[in-house]
Design a protein around this ligand. Structure first.
Ligand SMILES: [Zn+2]
Length: 382
């Protein structure tokens, strides 16, 4: 990558971040305004559902604020103490948001249950209902806008909060519907509706929490990214195959790791050095992934009859054995009568080592004069 394009992409990145923050700020201001109006209306008309709707909007605003703080913290440069950067701060702030949302949901639920046991008579004014109706409209427009911008900027958090806003519009609409039902029939659904809203809030809090915890635990890398990295590596001239891609998530868009590639056994260190640098650059350019290490498997320049027999035996094993997903890095030394390879065995296998031993036994039986050295690989990425 030329320095010019790196500078360009950094600038684009900074611009993108600024726009994301701008859209989030619009969302925050709108949510605080809506929450204030609804809280006043809800308290004046003695409506739990409308007050809870306000709480919901307020927790949305708070999550957006914490999200912006998280993005800022995560953007801090790597330093001696945190050489992989501060990207995971974003997951930690997401947990704070989730706890906040859960807290809002649980308190709402408690309030609603109290209302169900001890019903309060709501007193709706026409003006209150007009305000709630206007709030529904604002929420629909806001949701549409935030989601659209999120898609344009490729920001998942914005898309999610846009969808959340659309769901909130439905919640607000239902408080309005409950008010109309009360005015027409005299039946108050308020507290029950409040309970339903609370459960929706709790559910979304739980989902946010689960996702952040899973990211911190370390997830399987996204299949599209894994494929894109392997494709970029394989596109470099001299690479015969890319395997064992290990990527560690140090925060959104901060993947780092290593990959193994197969190359012709005759390549010199000088050539391989250039090759691995090309892979690192090309992967960085096309996916943004930082590859620290590119491991090398030597593959036979020309496969003799033994080598191709062993290769087809392995291909057959992969096709037939339930838990064997792949083999790679096969190198057969026909003069020394030795072969080595890596075997990828599924996590579903009850005993993964036993699967490898079994495969070696099968090969040993078919090629008794050969010695096999195999490594058990995990199914780490697609
Ligand atoms: Zn391997």
């Amino acid at each position: 990558m030329s320095e010019q394009t790196i500078a360009d992409s950094l600038m684009d990145n900074a611009k993108r971040k600024k726009e994301i923050v701008r859209v989030s700020v619009i969302g925050i201001v709108a949510n605080i305004a809506l929450a204030t109006f609804k809280a006043v209306v809800g308290l004046l008309s003695n409506s739990i559902a409308i007050v809870l709707d306000a709480v919901n909007n307020l927790s949305d605003a708070a999550s957006s604020i914490i999200t912006i703080i998280g993005t800022k913290l995560a953007g801090k440069q790597a330093d001696r103490a945190h050489p992989f950067g501060h990207g995971r701060a974003e997951y930690l702030t997401t947990i704070v948001v989730a706890v906040l949302v859960l807290w809002a949901g649980i308190t709402s639920l408690v309030e609603s249950i109290r209302g169900i046991i001890n019903p309060q008579v709501p007193t709706y004014e026409t003006v209150s209902l007009v305000i709630v109706a206007a709030a529904v409209l604002v929420k629909v427009v806001l949701g549409h806008y935030v989601k659209g911008q999120g898609k344009r900027l490729g920001a998942d958090t914005l898309v999610a909060s846009g969808e959340d806003a659309t769901m909130d519009a439905a919640i607000s609409a239902s408080t309005l519907a409950a008010a109309l039902v009360y005015l027409i029939s005299g039946v108050s659904l308020e507290a029950w509706l409040g309970a339903v809203i609370s459960v929706i809030i709790i559910k979304s809090g739980y989902e946010i929490l689960q996702e952040a915890l899973s990211k911190i635990l370390g997830e399987r890398v996204d299949a599209d990214i894994a494929r894109a990295v392997k494709e970029a590596a394989c596109a470099v001239e001299g690479v015969r195959g890319a395997y064992d891609l290990i990527l560690t998530d140090y925060g959104p868009q901060r993947l780092q790791g290593s990959v193994h590639v197969e190359v012709d056994e005759r390549l010199t260190a000088r050539y391989i050095d250039q090759l691995t640098r090309s892979i690192q650059l090309s992967v960085m350019r096309s996916t943004g992934v930082v590859l620290h290490t590119v491991g090398i498997y030597s593959s036979n320049a020309v496969e003799g009859s033994d080598a191709s027999a062993i290769r087809s035996a392995l291909e057959q094993i992969v096709a037939e054995e339930e838990y064997v997903l792949q083999f790679h890095g096969l190198y057969v030394d026909e003069s020394l009568k030795g072969a080595n390879f890596d075997l990828v065995v599924s996590f579903d296998a009850p005993d993964r080592h036993a699967v490898l031993s079994h495969v070696i036994d099968v090969l040993q039986e078919r090629f008794p004069e050969y010695g096999f050295a195999a490594i058990l690989d995990s199914d780490i990425s697609d």
